[in-house]
Design a protein around this ligand. Structure first.
Ligand code: ADP
Ligand code: MG
Length: 284
């Protein structure tokens, strides 16, 4: 369905991605994981045709979708071919209502009947959006905005949906909802190319994955096999610790909790004790 061969992308003189080969077959969820700044979003932008809007350009390589070379095709034409993008940071239209945002997703289609059906499908998939149809998108919670961005991307009933970091800034409940929804969308027949910071979950729901290093793809393969790879295991367990305690650094009790591990509980009368000289009891 999607084939990316030897893709290199430059922003001005800076090379952000070099020689990337990516494939997505019909029916698959394919994940792209790796550190920040590795070029994952750049790859999605190149595929979605929005690089020129980000001061970037394809320096080498070829992107084909359903057998057609789409390197230079503008985004609105790519959408008609069945390729839609759910962008990083959601980018909902804040001053427009939920309904208007969804309608914007279908603005490239004049088929009113198909648009109505797509809208009904999206509202059935996201009952929370259906309840908030008339609400301005800017007043939705982050998780609801993510649902809206995904709903907007689904309005064209894409063959392939490109989804960039859908769980950033979301509470754990919404992270689960997003992942469950991606699986449901895929089961209903849409292929998905997913960029995701939560490598462990991305490997869990995807069929195959590409592991990025700065500017290139370092590893690729079946997600199940990759999740057993010691190099991946190491980085995903580190990630899990950070992700499962996303508010840890802001929680003032964290210092006390950490201290409790080092000091006996009875010594923790106040922060002053924690910070002060080592209590006598330690020397007994
Ligand atoms: N519009 C831009 N102009 C210049 N450099 C950019 C732009 N967007 C991204 N980059 C650079 O390209 C590299 C890859 O970025 P990106 O694809 O966003 O990484 P990732 O999505 O993996 O975190 C980074 O070094 C980033 O600074
Ligand atoms: Mg990114």
């Amino acid at each position: 369905m999607l084939q990316v061969r030897g893709l290199s992308v430059n922003y001005g003189a800076v090379c952000a991605l070099e020689g990337a080969d990516i494939e997505v077959h019909a029916g698959e969820i394919v994940a792209m994981i790796g550190p920040n700044g590795a070029g994952k979003s750049t790859a999605l932008r190149a595929i979605a045709g929005i690089l020129p809007h980000c001061d970037g350009r394809i320096a080498a390589g070829e992107v084909t979708f359903d057998g057609r070379v789409i390197n230079t095709m503008p985004p609105h034409k790519l959408i008609r071919l069945g390729l839609s993008l759910v962008p990083e940071n959601r980018h909902v239209f804040s001053s427009m209502t939920v309904l208007e945002n969804l309608e914007m997703g279908a603005c490239t289609s004049r088929d009113k009947q198909a648009n109505r059906e797509a809208l009904n499908r999206v509202l059935a998939l996201f009952p929370r959006l259906a309840e908030r149809k008339r609400q301005r998108a800017g007043t939705l919670s982050t998780g609801e905005q993510q649902m809206l961005a995904m709903g907007r991307g689904l309005m064209v009933s894409p063959k392939l949906m490109l989804v960039d970091e859908p769980t950033v800034g979301l509470s754990p409940n919404f992270v689960d909802v997003v992942f469950d929804t991606l699986v449901a969308i895929n089961k209903a027949g849409t292929s998905i190319l997913l960029v995701e910071q939560n490598a462990r979950l991305a490997l869990e729901i995807s069929h195959r994955s590409y592991v990025f290093e700065i500017g290139k793809i370092a590893l690729s393969g079946e997600s199940r096999a990759l999740s057993e790879d010691p190099r991946i295991k190491k980085s995903t367990s580190a990630r899990r610790t950070r992700r499962e305690f996303p508010f840890a650094r802001r929680d003032p009790s964290v210092g006390v909790r950490a201290a409790k591990r080092r000091f006996p509980v009875s010594c923790l009368q106040s922060d002053a004790v924690v910070r002060g000289p080592r209590p006598q009891v330690f020397h007994s």
